[in-house]
Design a protein around this ligand. Structure first.
Ligand SMILES: Cc1ncc(COP(=O)(O)O)c(C=O)c1O
Length: 370
């Protein structure tokens, strides 16, 4: 292969550092795996049955670009009741990642700046570069609060988009109602597109607020990957202003075409399945881990998603994580993967209580390994 074949665009970002952790861990037969970015519960039985039925009744063709009418209509009804925005339209994307890619393809011209909060979901930085934009990470260290003054200071005439992710990956932080209102107001005042990535909306241990409540122009990204344990079926939800949604659909038509047909039946069957028990179990695991670590580690209390983001008690995060993997066979992710800083590390508590207990033991020893 010739390097001539590879675009300059491809050189603007690296493969995710999470892969490096998995490579290091490949030889460990029974690791303490606290690195998983998906629910550890299976898709609801209703969803599995609906998907089997869809396969058996030959639902293998394309769906309309915007998604199955039954799923879309039901979601549209619920969104209309909740927001009462005359102009808010929904469609089904190929996962929330697909939705993010389409949104940035529509919004970003070369050189446009896209603000997101640091630490951030890895894909934001890569997608902004992929679409020719300039990533502008805004620090939320050390407590991961969203400071409106810091946000406003990062804005320039080139700022085109702000991405808010609450509950957040990797910090587990949930933005307060006041913070959300302030961010929504600032985006409206400066006519900046606000993308709200709400994929962890149901994994919330305090009140959840969407900026779309305050700013009707907000583009909301949601989906079934986390809420209903369907990540492999690639069903995302997007809703926002009709004109912007039309543009996203144009890009979907020429890229993903549609979300997987069978997965959309699974999503439809999931809509009314109660997930309270699963969320409660995550809250329990979060508190179990937090209470065990809080005396030895600088860690912000978990509020949602299924992550915590403590500070490494010694060394860089990379050094700390290497020790965790090599000496204790524990998989965690160094913060540099999600941040401009390499000081913290991500723990996922989407793992069994037994695994978390093994992890706690390892963390207690690790802190003394400096
Ligand atoms: C914050 C955030 N947004 C979006 C996604 C992507 O979700 P999907 O699997 O639906 O593409 C993830 C997955 O980890 C995530 O953590």
């Amino acid at each position: 292969m010739s390097s001539r074949w590879i675009s300059k665009r491809a050189g603007t970002f690296e493969a995710s550092g999470i892969r490096k952790v998995f490579d290091l861990a490949a030889a460990i037969p029974n690791p303490i795996n606290l690195s998983i970015g998906q629910p550890d519960f299976d898709a609801p039985e209703e969803a599995r049955r609906a998907m089997i039925e869809a396969i058996n009744t030959k639902k293998s063709g394309y769906t309309p670009t915007q998604g199955l009418a039954a799923l879309r209509d039901e979601l549209q009804k619920r969104i209309d009741v909740k927001y009462q925005h005359a102009d808010r339209k929904v469609f089904i994307a190929s996962g929330t990642s697909g939705a993010l890619a389409l949104a940035l393809l529509v919004a970003v011209d070369p050189g446009d700046e896209v603000i997101f909060f640091d630490p951030y979901f890895v894909m934001y930085d890569a997608l902004v570069r992929m679409t020719g934009g300039v990533p502008v990470p805004v620090s939320t260290y050390p407590n991961f609060h969203y400071d409106i003054n810091v946000l406003e200071a990062a804005m320039t005439p080139k700022t085109k988009v702000i991405i808010l992710n609450s509950p957040a990956n990797p910090t587990g932080k949930v933005a307060s109602r006041d913070e959300v209102k302030a961010i929504a107001g600032l985006a409206a005042k400066h006519n900046i597109l606000l993308i709200s990535d709400e994929i962890y909306r149901t994994f919330c241990f305090k009140e959840f607020t969407s900026p779309a409540e305050f700013n009707p122009q907000t583009l909301v990204m949601d989906g079934f990957s986390k809420s209903h344990g369907l990540p492999g079926w690639r069903v995302g939800i997007v809703h926002g202003q009709a004109e912007f949604i039309e543009q996203m659909l144009k890009f979907q038509q020429y890229t993903f075409v549609c979300a997987p047909h069978v997965g959309q039946y699974g999503a439809l069957a999931s809509l009314d399945v109660e997930m309270k028990e699963q969320i409660e179990s995550y809250r329990k695991r979060a508190m179990m881990l937090y209470n065990a670590l809080k005396d030895d580690y600088d860690v912000v209390p978990p509020e949602g998603a299924f992550y915590m983001f403590p500070k490494a008690p010694w060394g860089t995060a990379t050094e700390f994580v290497e020790k965790a993997i090599k000496k204790y066979e524990m998989l965690i992710i160094p913060g540099g993967v999600f941040s401009t800083r390499d000081t913290h590390f991500r723990i996922s508590y989407s793992a069994t209580e037994a695994t978390i207990e093994r992890g706690i033991e390892a963390f207690k020893k690790l802190v003394k390994d400096r």
